[in-house]
Design a protein around this ligand. Structure first.
Ligand code: NAG
Ligand code: NAG
Ligand code: NAG
Ligand code: NAG
Ligand code: NAG
Ligand code: NAG
Length: 426
């Protein structure tokens, strides 16, 4: 720095002679000029104008010059612009404050600026110009949209420039958490690279990389992550007991990406087309598909095995649902009391059997039914429904509350329910 400064002085002196400014005064007799205050450091956003101030007392007959320190360039002397850089200007106010103007500031303008007075020895002071640049995401090194197989490792990259160095934050555009294999879930994560090992289908979606450095505006890039996988099928009720003339709805859930083709088949393998009797319905939500098949008025030929099939370019999968015939419970109720006793079979009850029997005398009505069963010493309770189509036949058995001493059975019946209840007391 010391050397640089000496060089600058030399250059300046030469320059001053060249431009033939007013002759040097007899130094001794005069009061020497002084700097009133230090040159204040300045921070300016790129493209704006920077103005550096140098306030001097007792200047006359000396001159003030501005220099750029790192390039040893003389920018201005007195009210003259010396440099060829046409973005540079100089002005001064009556109070002898010398303003160096730099228009449309560039990053290269950042650095030390020297305000110099041509006394002998010369006097000088410096101020620092910081040029800040809002962040900008570089397209080339930044990841583009990606299509990957489930289970692979994904590395998303986002590179931004700016001054100061921008920080990169990743988040999901849909606001979902980002899950990592180690079990942690985060709303956002910082760093140029977002690594997801063993990527899952729920990682699919648009991601945002956001670059910020405190200089507005922040910028972001949207990167879509597509995770592809072969279909998987899930069925809640695989056995459906139904009776003649009943309407049933078969349901099947599948997931696949790319989007699957979904359809139902019967024993023969033929696709079940839409008809008055069979009404297939598909409810899609992203890569998730909810398939329904409504069968109205069951006839003898309608019992049997149904398949829901989901196919995409990566594979296919099917699920089976067995619809079997049961007696019409309305008829069955009145005609077969023995069967009813069997259904309500309560085994192994000894000490509290009478209470339990009374309490379990669940009325088979078409309306919602709630019953309380108090058991003093039950240690195992096994509740089962024979028919388990959630939406059609025996609706829901909801075990509302279960403690070692107390059970509340809540039966919501839209139709009659076949119940098997066994309670073991040790
Ligand atoms: C200007 O900034 C430099 C460091 O960048 C610091 O050393 C100096 O004291 C600052 N000057 C003023 C007047 O704040
Ligand atoms: C993904 O990364 C993990 C850990 O870094 C490694 O064990 C695994 O083999 C990688 N999987 C693939 C498909 O490259
Ligand atoms: C889990 O992994 C993520 C990303 O690899 C990492 O940021 C995080 O610190 C890890 N958490 C734990 C508890 O190891
Ligand atoms: C991301 O994974 C790559 C290898 O795929 C590894 O070189 C890099 O260090 C990882 N970065 C982070 C931040 O985990
Ligand atoms: C109830 O079940 C027990 C054993 O599980 C059996 O011995 C009994 O015969 C059944 N009672 C009726 C009425 O079916
Ligand atoms: C069943 O519900 C209907 C209407 O919701 C009502 O008219 C009828 O009385 C109810 N029957 C019983 C047994 O609660």
């Amino acid at each position: 720095m010391e050397e640089t400064r000496e060089n600058v002085m030399l250059v300046l002196l030469v320059a001053m002679i060249l431009v033939k400014l007013s002759s040097f005064p007899a130094v001794s007799a005069l009061e020497l000029p002084t700097f009133r205050e230090p040159v204040t450091n300045l921070t300016v956003a790129v493209g704006r104008e920077a103005v550096l101030d140098c306030a001097v007392d007792n200047l006359s007959p000396y001159k003030v010059a501005w220099l750029k320190v790192d390039t040893q360039t003389i920018l201005t002397i007195h009210s003259h612009v010396i440099t060829k850089n046409n973005r540079i200007g100089v002005s001064h106010s009556e109070q002898n404050i010398w303003h160096l103007h730099i228009k449309e500031v560039r990053e290269s303008d950042q650095g030390w600026y020297m305000c110099q007075i041509n006394t002998d020895p010369m006097k000088s002071q410096v101020g620092y110009l910081t040029v800040v640049v809002p962040p900008d995401i570089l397209d080339y090194p930044t990841s583009a949209d990606m299509v990957v197989d489930e289970g692979s490792n994904v590395s998303l990259q986002c590179i931004a420039k700016g001054s100061p160095e921008p920080a990169i934050t990743w988040k999901r555009e849909d606001g979902e958490m980002i899950r990592f294999q180690n079990g942690t879930e985060v709303n956002s994560i910082t760093g140029q690279i977002l690594n997801i090992t063993n990527v899952k289908r729920d990682h699919m979606g648009p991601y945002l990389c956001i670059a910020t450095n405190g200089i507005p505006p922040s910028v972001s890039k949207r990167i879509k992550l597509v995770v592809q996988f072969s279909p998987s099928v899930w069925i809640q009720y695989q056995l459906i007991g139904a009776y003649d003339d009943q309407q049933v709805t078969l349901e099947c859930y599948s997931q696949a990406f790319p989007k699957s083709i979904n359809y139902w088949t019967k024993d023969t393998g033929e696709i079940i087309p839409h008809s008055a009797k069979y009404v297939p319905e598909i409810i899609e939500d992203g890569y998730k598909v909810h398939m329904k098949l409504r069968i109205s008025s069951l006839g003898p030929k309608d019992y049997g095995v149904y398949k829901c099939i989901s196919k995409n370019s990566l594979g296919d999968m099917e699920g089976t649902i067995n619809v079997y015939r049961i007696p019409d419970p309305n008829k069955y109720l009145t005609s077969n009391k023995k069967q009813q006793a069997h259904d309500d079979n309560i085994s192994g009850i000894t000490r509290t059997s009478q209470i339990v029997r009374d309490e379990l005398n669940i009325k088979r009505t078409r309306n919602d039914t709630s019953r309380r069963i108090s058991l003093m010493e039950a240690d195992h309770v096994d509740l089962q429904s024979y028919s388990s189509s959630a939406h059609n036949f025996c609706n829901i058995i909801n075990l509302v509350h279960l403690t070692p001493l107390f059970i509340i059975l809540h039966l919501v019946n839209t139709f009659n329910c076949h119940l098997h209840i066994s309670i073991h007391i040790s």
